[in-house]
Ligand binder design. Structure first.
Ligand SMILES: Cc1cc2nc3c(=O)[nH]c(=O)nc-3n(C[C@H](O)[C@H](O)[C@H](O)COP(=O)(O)O)c2cc1C
Length: 168
């Protein structure tokens, strides 16, 4: 039996979402509402609420990075998502290491990083959608990563090490 609602917050909300740490200027914020929107050229969309300091930084600098970190860094996601960054050094708060990329600040501990440039900003509700070109992909080629998935309401998960491989 379904219980039916129009409100996302009234559901169990357990949609595992690959979660990244967005770096813009020298700030960090965790972000789970993001998706690729084009393969060639490689383009990406990220959804950011305007109450977040990162929103202001994205509009100002228009360059950012999406840092994918292993599940073992789950505390850093929780710490950087619990505070707003104006006047706070979230690298210091989280213990993560800052690294200069081509155009954005990167997180050294990430296993993969997209360096992006904003090309459009859309609004269809309470988040703004930043459309971006992914200009560079930095990849440590580490096959043994456990991606960080956010389940909502402070809960995190990762994937099993036994993927179901369908023959093609
Ligand atoms: C795992 C996780 C995922 C989040 N995903 C988003 C998101 O997709 N969009 C958003 O606007 N806020 C999201 N947030 C909330 C922001 O990360 C949070 O408000 C943060 O403190 C903003 O930092 P800032 O003000 O320094 O930019 C998320 C928080 C967590 C913990």
């Amino acid at each position: 039996m379904f219980s039916t609602t129009t409100k996302l917050d009234e559901t169990c909300h357990a949609q595992p979402r690959p979660t990244v740490l967005l770096t813009c200027a020298d700030n960090i914020m965790p972000l789970s509402w993001h998706t690729p929107i084009s393969k060639e050229p490689f383009r990406y969309a990220i959804c950011v609420r305007d109450e977040n300091y990162s929103h202001e930084l994205l509009l100002k600098h228009r360059e950012f990075a999406l840092n994918f970190l292993d599940h073992s860094f789950v505390q850093a996601h929780q710490i950087t998502g619990a505070i707003h960054g104006r006047g706070v050094n979230k690298f210091k708060e989280s213990g993560l290491s800052e690294k200069k990329g081509a155009n954005a600040t990167l997180i050294e501990e990430a296993y993969m990083i997209y360096e992006c440039c904003v090309i459009d900003v859309l609004n269809y509700g309470d988040h703004d959608v930043f459309i971006a070109d992914v200009n560079l992909i930095h990849n440590k080629q580490n096959k043994d990563v456990s991606p960080t998935l956010f389940m909502g309401r402070g809960a995190y998960e990762t994937i099993s090490k036994n993927p179901t491989q369908i023959k093609r």
